[in-house]
Ligand binder design. Structure first.
Ligand SMILES: NC(=O)c1ccc[n+]([C@@H]2O[C@H](COP(=O)([O-])OP(=O)(O)OC[C@H]3O[C@@H](n4cnc5c(N)ncnc54)[C@H](OP(=O)(O)O)[C@@H]3O)[C@@H](O)[C@H]2O)c1
Length: 218
């Protein structure tokens, strides 16, 4: 499958490399077409890897992963171009954390408390936005067992078909416990969870952890 990865950071690089290793064709996108990190990644990641600007990556992908600085993700997607996102599954991995007032950060929302996932869906109504993977560290995203055993991943979005496509991709990454927690408004919860995730990281002094839901059998 052709996948566009918007983002040259830890998340973009980790996901892009794993997807190439699984046999996908991946184009990494950055603000500038000759971004050195994206070029270096494309040269080292092997067959199926390429680089370009956000628009080139989005146009290339049948699926587009949004892995940019949360507070600038809508801007990055605007640069990617509405026409290049139309009808496509957009996996929003980003977290809109505001560190401007120090630690712990705040979670930025829209004027009515909207999550970033909702803001992206509103800005790109013809894209099929699914929020996923944002609740774990990049290394755990592509190696779920790194968290110490089977654990839970949550996704949400308005389009059932898009959620099925994302579930299939997550299974390829090794996830077995994937929970659909509703429409894109549920991203308010999965984004706010990051505040607790940061507290857990601090308490356990590692990012290699995740949560597991236990449910009473009915
Ligand atoms: N780190 C983790 O383990 C982790 C886990 C879960 C979720 N997340 C979330 O995943 C996202 C990516 O995290 P990251 O640590 O890999 O990278 P990051 O440093 O948060 O973001 C890097 C990307 O953001 C783009 N960017 C920065 N400023 C921009 C601007 N003004 N306009 C447009 N694009 C801009 C950069 O573009 P250029 O390439 O052009 O520089 C780069 O591609 C974040 O939202 C983060 O909260 C991270």
């Amino acid at each position: 499958m052709k996948i566009g990865v918007l983002g040259t950071g830890m998340v973009g690089g980790t996901l892009a490399s794993k997807l190439v290793s699984l046999g996908h064709e991946v184009r990494m996108g950055a603000r500038e077409p000759d971004n050195p990190k994206a070029k270096a990644w494309a040269e080292s990641a092997g067959h199926g890897a390429s680089a370009g600007d956000f628009a080139a990556a989005a146009k290339f992908g049948e699926i587009v992963l949004s892995c940019t600085l949360g507070e600038k993700s809508v801007e990055a997607l605007q640069a990617a171009g509405k026409e290049n996102l139309r009808g496509k599954v957009v996996i929003d991995v980003s977290n809109p954390l505001d560190f401007s007032r120090g630690m712990p950060p705040r979670v930025s929302t829209g004027p009515a408390g909207e999550s970033l996932g909702e803001q992206i869906q509103q800005a790109f109504p013809e894209a099929r936005v699914v929020k996923a993977l944002n609740t774990v560290n990049a290394a755990v995203m592509v190696d779920p067992r790194r968290a110490g055993g089977e654990s839970d991943l949550f996704l949400c979005g308005n389009d059932a078909g898009a959620k099925k496509t994302v579930t299939d991709l997550l299974k390829q990454l090794g996830w077995t416990r994937i929970h659909d927690v509703g429409d894109i408004r549920a991203a308010r919860g999965t984004e706010a969870y990051l505040l607790f995730w940061l507290a857990l990281r601090s308490a356990f002094q590692t990012a290699d952890f995740n949560v597991r839901i236990v449910l009473r059998e009915s």
